[in-house]
Design a protein around this ligand. Structure first.
Ligand code: PLP
Length: 428
């Protein structure tokens, strides 16, 4: 038995399934999750001291690399002053000022503790602001685990909500319309029919929870247009994409104006942080300025703010992003070439510092149906092959991969070499 196997058995005694977030259990790929002891730069080390090149990066936050000395020192300095006060601190103002300076379309911002809280609160705010109940989301997009957003669609352009988890009241799901990502026509039809009831549309500007699916030209533009025409609030959920496409998020990259933006992951530099912010007129509806209630005992926690500020300092340095974009594209290109050499049907998507690989014969993957049709058995074999070669990929085929500033050309080369060996095994 490995140390991770022992620790997993022990964990299951008092933690449901042995994990505090389901995907960590390796259920999709089989086998035992690695128990991680420490991290440094591009690497994580398991309980036996085995090193892995990490493309999960704590599910996205560790953009500057694991355990960056500048972030670590900021956290330690702040810890020496106290862990939490439940009263305002200057650090909160500093982070809010930075976010509003950097992000387009953000006049006011409220800090919360997770991405789920950010999207849940943004939706309440949009409903309060518009006085409407219906929300629009897109199939395959994930916005955290709040009730209104845990709704999946059947096939077709438009489905009226079916809860995707027991415990989500159908009455709530009834208020959620699920549309097809990258289908501008379906979007226009749905808004033509239901527009006056729609409080908001929420979307991942680059979908990173059905593997990695960038928006097709015109899709986000159409969404902006129908929201404006119907008076619905457009929420760009940048919990994952925020600061992964340059300083201004995916909205800056694609030139789409958000009414509200949700953030998380990178802005906490590895600490539990989320935020929602946007146009003054809407944000002024939040308590204590307005009637829409939202609160948090630990919101704006000083340690988290210190980690976020230190992270933003690092990624704001000129030239930070260029090598990351180049390495993300290079990794995808070389992996595709390695698969081709081995005769394995495989393609990739990359956008900013996010990427995804698909086991499919199709040249391009642009929607949820195509993602669902990929060969998951091949992915699972690939995942375990890569893990055995010291490369840690997300343990499910529906997750995006992430690049950090700590990954070097040598890490990319080692990853591609590992992939070459694993693809050869798959083809055999
Ligand atoms: N929104 C998006 C786009 C996400 O990717 C996630 C998490 O992966 C969330 C919201 C939820 O964030 P959290 O897990 O911090 O609650």
């Amino acid at each position: 038995m490995t140390t991770s196997q022992q620790l997993f058995e022990q964990a299951k005694t008092h933690i449901p399934g042995g994990v505090n977030s389901p995907v960590r259990a390796f259920k999709a790929v089989g086998g035992t999750p690695l128990f991680i002891e420490r991290s440094e730069g591009a690497y994580i080390f398991d309980a036996e001291g085995q090193r892995y090149i990490d493309y999960v990066l704590s599910w996205g936050p560790m953009l500057v690399g694991h355990n960056h000395p500048q972030v670590r020192e900021a956290v330690i300095r702040q810890c020496e002053k106290g862990l939490s006060f439940g009263a305002p601190t200057e650090l909160e103002t500093q982070l809010a000022d930075r976010l509003c300076e950097i992000m387009p379309n953000m006049d006011l911002v409220r800090m919360v503790n997770s991405g789920t809280e950010a999207t849940m609160s943004a939706i309440r705010l949009a409903r309060g602001y518009t006085g409407r109940d219906t929300i629009v989301k897109f199939e395959g997009c994930y916005h955290g685990h709040s009730d209104s957003l845990l709704v999946k669609a059947g096939s077709g352009a438009l489905t009226l909500g079916v809860p995707s988890s027991p415990g989500v009241p159908t009455a709530l799901a009834d208020h959620t319309l699920t549309l097809t990502y990258n289908d501008a026509e379906g979007l226009r039809r749905a808004f033509a029919e239901h527009g006056e009831a729609i409080a908001c549309a929420i979307v991942e500007p680059v979908a990173g929870n059905m593997n990695c699916i960038p928006p097709e030209p015109g899709f986000l533009e159409a969404l902006r247009e129908v929201c404006t025409a119907s008076g619905a609030v457009l929420i760009l959920d940048e919990v994952m994409t925020g600061f992964r496409f340059g300083l201004q998020g995916a909205q800056g990259h694609y030139g789409i104006e958000a009414d509200l933006t949700t953030l998380g992951k990178v802005i906490g530099g590895g600490m539990p942080v989320g935020a929602f912010g946007g146009k003054r007129e809407i944000m002024e509806q939040i308590a204590p300025l307005g009637p829409v209630y939202q609160a948090g005992t630990l919101s704006g926690n000083p340690i988290c703010m210190a980690a976020g500020l230190a992270t933003l300092d690092i990624l704001s340095k000129p030239g930070f992003y260029d090598p990351l974009f180049a390495r993300t594209a290079l990794l995808c290109e070389d992996m595709e070439a390695a698969a081709k050499e081995a005769g394995v049907p495989f393609t990739t998507n990359s956008a900013g510092t996010m990427f995804g690989g698909f086991f499919t014969g199709e040249p391009r993957v642009t929607n949820y149906q195509q993602v669902m049709a990929c060969d998951t058995a091949a992915f699972n074999r690939f995942f375990h092959g890569m893990l055995a070669q010291g490369v840690y990929l997300a343990p499910a085929s529906y997750e995006a991969g992430f690049m950090s500033a700590a990954h070097t050309d040598a890490d990319i080369e080692a990853t591609v070499e590992a992939a070459r060996r694993v693809f050869a095994g798959l083809a055999a």
